[in-house]
Design a protein around this ligand. Structure first.
Ligand SMILES: Cc1cc2nc3c(=O)[nH]c(=O)nc-3n(C[C@H](O)[C@H](O)[C@H](O)COP(=O)(O)OP(=O)(O)OC[C@H]3O[C@@H](n4cnc5c(N)ncnc54)[C@H](O)[C@@H]3O)c2cc1C
Length: 464
């Protein structure tokens, strides 16, 4: 970065709005990577106008920028090079309004998911997006990655919760499209350009978000399931029987369940550790007096039909939390060495055979390795972790090929919710056609002709 640009940025942002030198390396590269951060500087705009001025100056100077939200993304999207400017939304963390009648809120992009959830809850409403990194991840990051999380089966992904947004384009143009209507078919739905675009088409600064009514009852059960066909039968039975109240259906294959319920893991196993499959089933409703008995009846029918071999219903909030803690305990594989993780998507009826094929392929190649699978089965989304003694590029490429290649024939996707970033771009053509990728690149060139926003994410920069 030129000294002139640095000076211009300082004059736009003020001393506290620009971080340089040792103060950059005092930060961690990301939530999961403690290595010192690398960047030419970190810009910390306090509002949209400041960010627009920063981008205008960067555009004039041909300066590349990498956008930072909470830096909890899992596909290596926030790592900057030493000549790139990091733009952090951390000072744009104000909830501007919560309209409890229209059930819409407007917030700046740097608000953390948890702060937003809590503010909305205090008003008696619900913002349904929820994921393990809630305390650090930001609304802007959630939108840029189109985050999914735990309750997609009921409320959809972040895309389904964003009514409108404001973004700063690569040249500093501000597009304010803070729609607050549920229905608005007036031409192109511009917000969709930025949702899931991983910061490559614009920097999201503000969002209008749809809120829901707080559920008045929550039931959680942990069940044992004898085989994969019964997993599918259970999903259909509970979805049908609960009449729209099903809010989570999280499945674990036996190796993962055993991993998280045996020492050094401290979780207690609610059902037998020999169960071929287990699932956390949650239902949220509006009438505690009838929802509990209905939940019990639906699970009872599944037991009678032989879809379930055991079922334990949480009798208290703390027991429900303990069941969810089992689901959230996703780091145990590390005790078997470095893990290579995946978040794939495929039609759920095909998951049983797919996991058997991938497991056989990986453990055939690395007989001493370990393979774990679990996920948001109700959404067709699985998380896979392979521990093969190394996560260096060669091992990662070999494992990735074994995980991704069968997906093409199954109509699956190499990323259900974490995105492509730098980590998966070599495999993008497994899930997207050449024509689709060419259209994405055309959009990128149109909105960011100098290739300044998050260059190298999703696909390689355009050599032109
Ligand atoms: C423990 C843990 C659990 C997780 N669980 C889930 C889960 O269940 N479901 C799921 O979908 N994801 C999950 N994630 C990953 C998920 O993508 C992030 O947690 C979250 O959505 C990213 O938000 P962030 O603010 O941290 O974004 P960052 O990591 O800062 O950024 C992510 C990407 O978006 C870009 N970006 C960030 N802010 C903006 C902005 N304002 N405008 C434009 N671009 C921007 C960045 O440049 C980067 O490319 C999990 C991560 C962790 C660590």
């Amino acid at each position: 970065m030129t000294p002139e640009l640095l000076q211009t940025l300082r004059s736009i942002l003020g001393e506290s709005g620009l971080i340089t030198g040792a103060d950059v390396s005092a930060r961690a590269t990301s939530f999961r990577n403690p290595a010192p951060m690398v960047a030419a500087a970190i810009a910390r705009p306090s509002d949209t106008a400041q960010l627009a001025a920063v981008m205008k100056a960067c555009h004039g100077a041909g300066q590349a920028v990498i956008t930072h939200g909470g830096m909890t993304g899992l596909v290596d999207g926030v790592r900057a090079a030493s000549d790139q400017l990091a733009v952090s939304l951390e000072r744009m963390n104000r909830i501007e309004s919560i309209d409890t009648v229209q059930r819409v809120a407007i917030a700046q992009a740097g608000v953390t998911l948890q702060a937003f959830q809590e503010a909305v809850q205090a008003q008696g409403l619900l913002f349904p997006l929820d994921l393990g990194a809630r305390g650090t991840a930001t609304l802007g990051g959630n939108a840029s990655t189109n985050a999914g999380g735990n309750r997609v089966i009921r409320y959809g992904m972040m895309r389904d919760m964003v009514l409108g947004l404001e973004a700063v384009l690569a040249d500093g143009t501000v597009v304010t499209s803070l729609n607050t209507l549920i229905k608005n078919n007036t031409g192109y739905d511009l917000k969709q350009l930025f949702i899931g675009a991983e910061g490559t088409l614009g920097i999201i600064t503000r969002l209008s978000l749809r809120l829901r009514e707080q559920p008045r009852s929550q039931q959680v059960a942990f069940v044992a399931i004898p085989d994969f066909d019964s997993v599918m039968a259970t999903l259909r039975a509970v979805d049908r029987g609960l009449g729209g109240m099903l809010s989570a259906f999280e499945v674990m294959w036996n190796a993962h369940y055993r991993l998280i319920t045996t020492p050094p893991a401290t979780n207690r196993a609610p059902v037998s550790v020999d169960s071929p499959f287990v699932a956390l089933i949650e239902c949220m409703g509006g009438d505690p007096a009838v929802d509990g008995p209905r939940f019990e009846a639906v699970l009872g029918e599944a037991l009678e039909a032989g879809h379930l071999s055991d079922a334990v219903i949480a009798k208290s909030d703390s027991e429900a939390q303990a069941f969810w803690a089992l689901r959230d305990d996703v780091g145990q594989a590390r005790r078997h060495g470095p893990g290579i993780g995946f978040d794939v998507s495929l039609p759920n009826v095909k998951m049983g055979a797919y996991i058997d094929e991938v497991r056989a392929s990986i453990l055939g190649r690395w007989p001493d390795g370990h393979f774990f699978s679990y996920g948001h089965l109700g959404d067709g989304n699985l998380h896979l972790v392979a521990c093969v003694g190394s996560d260096e590029p060669e091992a990662r490429a070999d494992v990735s090929r074994r995980v991704y290649e069968p997906l093409a024939a199954l109509g699956g996707s190499i990323s259900a919710e974490h995105g492509i970033g730098r980590q998966k771009k070599a495999y993008l053509d497994i899930s997207r056609s050449a024509t689709e990728i060419a259209l994405m690149q055309l959009l990128k060139r149109s909105l960011d002709p100098r290739g300044l926003l998050n260059p190298g994410l999703i696909f390689d920069p355009d050599p032109a």
